[in-house]
Each structure stands twice: as C-alpha cells, then as structure tokens.
Design a protein around this ligand. Structure first.
Ligand code: PBG
Length: 323
C-alpha cells in the first residue's frame, strides 16, 4: 500500500522496464502471409495494402531468401487464381501442377528449411468467391470437405509442412486428417482457422486475391462477431478432430477471444492480424496521424500478450527489421 508501495519504481528507466517486461516479440513469433500470382518478374502492390505485394514465382524465390536472412522461418501461402481456371468445385486446386503446388516447390527449393503452410479453402478458386461448393444458393458442408481433404493431400504431396484450412466448414479437420493419414502423410500438420469470424476486416485481402463473394456473405459459415462462447467450442472441436495448431481471426478486435481460447486449450494458438488491420494503420500513418512503428509494435505486443503463440501478420518483415 502507498506510501510503502510505489509502482513507479519499476518504471524508472529503460533498464528496469526491460528487466520486468513480460511480453517480448521476436522473429520466431511470426508467420508471413504471401500472395502468389502467375507470370514472370511480377511484384504488384495491392492497392488497399500499401507496401504489400503479389509475387510471381521468381520473385517468391527472392522473397524467401530475404525472409530467411531476417530470421523469418515460416510462410503462409495464398494464390491468386486466373478467372479462366475458376469453377464451383475448385478443380484447379487439385492440379498437381497448379500455382499453389508450384509455389510450395519454389519455397522448398529456395530454402528447404523454410516452414511452408498453405491456405486450404475454395474461395480463390471459386467462381462464386465462396469457401465451399455452392448448391441452390447455399454453401454445402460435407461435399466441400471432400475437396478440402483432396486439396490438403495435394499440398502435402507438393511439400507443404502444414495445411491451414480457413473455410469454417464443420468437420473439415477430421476429413483432412483422415485423408492425409490414408496417404501416409502422417507428418503433415494442420493449423486450423478454428475461431474465424465473419469480418469486414478481410476486404483488402479479397482485393489481393480477387476473391470477394459473388453473392451474399460468409455469415452462414464464419462466426458471428457478437458471440464469444462458441469460439471455445469451435476450437475444442477442431482439436478433437486433429488440429495441431488452432487460430483466432481477426486479431485486434478479438483479443477477448484469444485469451478465452488460450486459457481453454493445450495446443499452440495462432492469431491472424488480418489485411484490414494492416491497411488501417498504413492509411493513418500515411496521413501522419499515427506513428507507424510505435503503433505496429503496440498492436503486435497486445496480440501476443492476449495469448498468441504465433502471429500471422503482414507486418512481419517490418517488425523483423526493428530487431
Ligand atoms: C479465405 C480467407 C480469408 C482470409 C484468409 N483466408 C478471407 C475470407 O474469409 O473471406 C483473410 C485474411 C486477411 O484478411 O488478411 N478463406
């Protein structure tokens, strides 16, 4: 009690503050999302994500070397699929010579020790921009699972270390695990987007991949952002089905969920700081309204402090530069 207790004693200098600091970021915390496109020597800036690019495979190769040198050892791959290759069933997603499969090999050829995680969902491949097969205006569950399972096997056979289903169909983790095991792909891990909310913060990402839903929205499969209780239920179900890592997404507006999940599970918890979170800070910093690096660090520390063991972030490289 005051005056014997004076809390400012532990804040008097950077030396004492750093000695008692509870949460510290390092490159080991980060998973780097990367957007891949067809073509040669392409590095297209995404209009709504200043400083972030779509890369062709040759530039992906360069990027991987650069990330590795910075201590960033894990990437999460997304592909932008050409319109002519889109359909309702995601056939192109299973093409052994598809862009994702070639991207996986590109990363592994560049730096064999780089950990490769791949996005598993139909939206970039779908003429409807939905994460599942559409029938009579509805997003099917069980039919979608069988494609996601085949897609996961295809990614694993191309060399992916982890598959990351981002679709929110019920039961897909079990379907994927069984399909991988049936092919003896027992070492391939699953990072499940287990508590993924129907969020307006995904807008810039959908620009990046040209994957916005063609009709309706994603509220019949992604979670209602008014709800907290079901996040733990969803996450536990994915763990029971075989998820090795679980995820809460988006990040900053969902830190209560991150902590709930962290307190309830005993597997690593990933948090995806999504595109809209990146874009908001870029926009405010461009106007001089916020100090970019200071706010970036504050937000990422908050995500880790809330309970994230892994952070997927478009800021990964910028943070790594500060270490
Ligand atoms: C789609 C997918 C989305 C993101 C990752 N995978 C968008 C969506 O659900 O519409 C969003 C990532 C971001 O906004 O950075 N399966």
């Amino acid at each position: 009690m005051f005056p014997t207790s004076r809390y400012r004693r532990l804040r008097q200098s950077e030396a004492i503050r750093s000695l008692v600091r509870e949460t510290i970021l390092s490159p080991n915390d980060f998973l780097v999302p990367l957007f891949v496109v067809e073509g040669k020597n392409i590095k297209q800036e995404i209009a709504s994500m200043p400083g972030y690019f779509r890369l062709s495979l040759d530039n992906l190769d360069k990027e991987i070397h650069e990330l590795w040198k910075m201590g960033l050892k894990s990437v999460l791959l997304f592909v932008k699929v050409e319109d002519a290759l889109k359909d309702n069933e995601g056939k192109e997603a299973l093409n052994p010579d598809g862009l994702m499969q070639r991207a996986i090999k590109t990363v592994k050829n560049a730096v064999p020790d780089m950990l490769v995680m791949t996005d598993v969902a139909l939206d970039p491949f779908s003429i409807y921009g939905h994460d599942g097969i559409v029938k009579n205006g509805k997003i099917t569950n069980d039919e979608t699972i069988s494609v996601l399972a085949k897609m996961s096997v295809s990614h694993a056979q191309a060399g992916a270390d982890f598959v990351a289903p981002s679709d929110m169909m019920d039961g897909r983790i079990l379907g994927i695990r069984q399909a991988l095991d049936a092919q003896k792909l027992i070492d391939t891990g699953i990072m499940s987007y287990s508590a993924k909310y129907a969020s307006a913060f995904y807008g810039p990402f959908r620009d990046a991949l040209d994957s916005a839903p063609g009709f309706g929205d994603k509220k019949t499969y992604q979670m209602d952002f008014s709800n907290r209780t079901e996040a733990v239920k969803e996450t536990q179900a994915d763990i029971d089905e075989g998820a090795d890592i679980v995820m809460v997404k988006p990040g900053l507006c969902y830190l209560d969920i991150v902590r709930d999940v962290k307190n309830s599970v005993n597997v690593p918890v990933a948090v995806y700081q999504v595109s809209g979170e990146y874009s908001m800070l870029k926009a405010a910093a461009e106007r001089g309204w916020l100090d970019h690096d200071a706010v970036m660090l504050e937000q990422l520390i908050a995500i880790k402090r809330a309970g994230a063991d892994i952070i997927a972030s478009y800021f990964a490289k910028e943070v790594a530069r500060l270490f």
